[in-house]
Design a protein around this ligand. Structure first.
Ligand code: GTB
Length: 216
């Protein structure tokens, strides 16, 4: 049974791989599991067939036989637990890698998404100019802390893990904001993640879907 994931039929990110299916594709590429992608239109996201897979009507979902999952944290964790390559064998190192997955999703992603939403949807609002620096500073605080923890290391805790995969995909959403430029070591960390062959394959696969949709 081949794993099936869902992704946007036509991603609003212009093929930059910023939608959350990229982290699931990347995880599957890292562990060498083949998968197929079912593209879903915005309309179909909210229809009963998709809502049966994802109660919030979002992408991505993950199906493998009689198992259906939603939420990228749960999906990447499942992939990392089931296959070799994304979590260390040592129990403590494994727990620390999982901690970084949660840190990416619970501590870094919320202020980064909040900033992204403001940049995309609030530019015409009266409060935008006053709110923007506050949102940027909240992200800067986390980037500074992450930079201190990374130090000279390539990855967050020893070898590359699902924690790094999640962190890099979260940080990639800052690419257009310019904030990563203020933290060259964090920018280099993101670039190291993006240079991994498994990331390149995942990125190229989502870009191919975007390009095909643009031609149709
Ligand atoms: N917590 C969930 C998870 O981690 O799986 C969040 C899933 C989610 O936000 N999915 C988004 C979605 O389906 C796509 S990734 N949205 C449709 C809806 O809610 O109706 C978010 C996203 C969208 C677009 C860009 N972009 O254009 O750059 C980036 C990220």
């Amino acid at each position: 049974m081949t794993i099936t994931i869902t992704a946007f039929e036509r991603s609003p990110d212009g093929g930059k791989g910023l939608a959350r299916d990229t982290r699931v594709r990347w995880a599957l590429e890292e562990v060498g599991q083949p998968y197929q992608v079912r593209p879903v239109s915005f309309q179909a996201l909210k229809e009963p067939a998709h809502l049966a897979l994802h109660p919030f009507g979002q992408i991505p979902t993950f199906e493998d036989g009689d198992l259906t999952l939603f939420e990228t944290g749960a999906i990447v964790f499942h992939i990392a637990q089931r296959y070799t390559g994304l979590l260390p064998d040592d129990a403590n190192a494994r727990a620390r890698a999982i901690t970084w997955m949660f840190a990416a999703l619970n501590t870094l992603e919320p202020p980064i998404v909040e900033l992204g939403m403001a940049l995309l949807f609030e530019r015409d609002k009266s409060w935008y100019a006053a709110r923007l620096p506050m949102l940027q500073d909240r992200v800067r605080v986390r980037l500074g802390e992450l930079s201190r923890r990374l130090g000279d290391a390539d990855w967050l805790d020893g070898a590359f893990s699902a924690g790094d995969l999640m962190m890099v995909t979260v940080l990639r959403r800052l690419n257009a904001s310019g904030l990563l430029d203020e933290y060259p070591d964090v920018a280099a960390y993101v670039a190291r993640g993006e240079a991994r062959p498994a990331f390149r394959r995942a990125f190229d696969a989502q870009l191919a879907v975007f390009n095909a949709a643009s031609r149709s």
